[in-house]
Design a protein around this ligand. Structure first.
Ligand SMILES: [Zn+2]
Ligand SMILES: [Zn+2]
Length: 67
């Protein structure tokens, strides 16, 4: 069953789509990500999020090297 999660600090989970509402979460106000996992570990979503973060870091790194 599809559910919705926040990949920020709150690690929020919801059965309906919406936005993160945790005051101390860096993703507050951002839409929750839909996930279809059955064990509620959301591994695919978190791994995808990590990969995207790593991509950003390597981009910034190569930009600094060019200066
Ligand atoms: Zn959150
Ligand atoms: Zn999940």
């Amino acid at each position: 069953m599809t559910h919705y999660i926040c990949t920020g600090e709150c690690h929020g989970e919801s059965k309906t789509s919406g936005v993160c509402q945790a005051d101390d979460c860096s993703k507050r106000g951002l839409p929750l990500l839909s996930c279809d996992c059955e064990d509620w570990h959301h591994d695919e979503i978190y791994e995808k999020e990590l990969r995207e973060k790593n991509d950003d870091d390597s981009l910034n790194f190569s930009e600094e090297n060019e200066r």
